[in-house]
Design a protein around this ligand. Structure first.
Ligand code: URA
Length: 236
């Protein structure tokens, strides 16, 4: 691949910026200075740019604690997106694995690995997603049964069996807290599931996706790379 493409894939800058910089300042490739942006390199080339070794990584994986108020998209002309919250030099090929609503917080995996994303989102794979929800009304054991039997949404859409765990109920402010595990990802699914039993979601946060849990050390808006163990667990 071309040297300028390699560096831009690794988030070092845009192709046009990089072309100028390579011509002007040169890049060390396997110990020799190269000033041709089209110089052919491979994933095993030893490249030093701006004083740092730039190793080739085909795929990168982050977890973001998505804050409320941000859209789950790669880019948007008018507002910032979840990908804009990744602080490292940005690769242009990053995208979120699935979507959380603008007002939903919590775990969002951001990657450039399309195959992994497909596997996690495919309805065939039934990957568990766990959400914490605060809802209006008092949840009861009969609601647990309704979730377990597979809810029918108000538009007739049938949900797969889901687990509802009631964490607390408050008679004072007439709300309940629960953890819900779903194995599919219909549009606004959790909100629509609660709506079908007459409850309104007041706050929603995703806690896990498959084997990966949201790192409790990440404040809303913060992200980190997935560990190699987390990446391996997602690929099992
Ligand atoms: N279900 C919802 O209703 N909203 C989300 O953001 C995620 C799941």
């Amino acid at each position: 691949m071309r040297l300028d493409k390699y560096l831009s894939d690794m988030g070092a800058g845009t192709r046009s910026e990089l072309k100028k910089e390579i011509r002007r300042s040169g890049v060390s490739v396997d110990g020799a200075v190269v000033t041709d942006p089209g110089f052919s390199v491979s994933q095993s080339s030893h490249i030093i740019f701006r004083g740092s070794v730039i190793a080739y990584e085909e795929f990168v994986y982050y977890m973001l604690n998505k804050p409320a108020g941000i859209i789950s998209a790669s880019e948007d002309d008018r507002e910032s997106t979840v990908v804009d919250l990744i602080p490292e030099p940005k690769r242009r090929d990053l995208f979120p694995v699935g979507r959380l609503d603008r007002d939903t917080e919590g775990l969002l995996i951001i990657t450039n690995d399309g195959a992994l994303s497909h596997r996690l989102l495919s309805p065939k794979h039934h990957v568990d997603k766990v959400y914490y929800a605060r809802v209006s009304g008092i949840l009861t054991d009969s609601d647990i049964g309704l979730f377990r039997d597979g809810l029918v949404l108000t538009d007739g859409l049938e949900c797969l069996p889901a687990d509802l765990k009631i964490l607390s109920v408050s008679d004072d402010d007439y709300t309940s807290e629960a953890e819900v595990t779903i194995r599919e990802g219909k549009f606004h699914q959790i909100k629509r599931m609660f709506s079908s039993i007459g409850a309104e979601v007041l706050y929603l946060k995703r806690l896990s996706m498959g084997p990966v849990d949201l790192d409790p050390g990440l404040a809303p808006g913060e992200s980190r790379r997935l560990t190699s163990e987390e990446i391996a667990s997602l690929k099992l």
